[in-house]
Design a protein. Sequence first.
Length: 197
Amino acid sequence: MRLTKTTTILLIALFAREMMHYWMGAEFAAYGDLVMILTAVGMLIDSLTNLPSMINDGLGHTRVSGLFAFTRACVGLALTLGFVGSFGINGVAAAHLLASAIMTTLFLCYVHGRTVPFKLSELLSSSYLRAGFVLLGIASVSALVRPQRTLSLIEALVLGSILTITYVAASLLFVVRRDHLERVLHRVRTSLQPVVK
């Protein structure tokens, strides 16, 4: 689930121009691609709170999640009002990204070791840092090697497919724990075996 979501957000950020161009037209893409990129990165940052929020709520600390969600809305609104006058629609997207970064950081620092029973340092070392390096590395290389022009639909589909395969393969090699991968493969093999009556 997480891998699928991250791959989708990565593709949105890297192919925002093409998506806007073929969906809404060239003129809209010229003004809207940055908004799409900033929003996608904001969504990725927001998604880091999904699992801690569920654990937090499952352990009966729903008030903490609720207060952070309400504060996130207030911070986002304040930043939007501050940015929109000077930067227009790009300012709204930047405000969303900034609010996501601020509130996600505060939420993760607060709940881990308090309402979520493991330390943030453990989560960072075992999951977020490795996944982040893989994501950042592939996104950086992809952004550097791709042409600066708007790609044709075929080019975008081919490059998007290559990028997806590369990201999934790198995640399986460097992010997913070996014992977890073996369990998944065992379940897949077991489910594919014919049922013996």
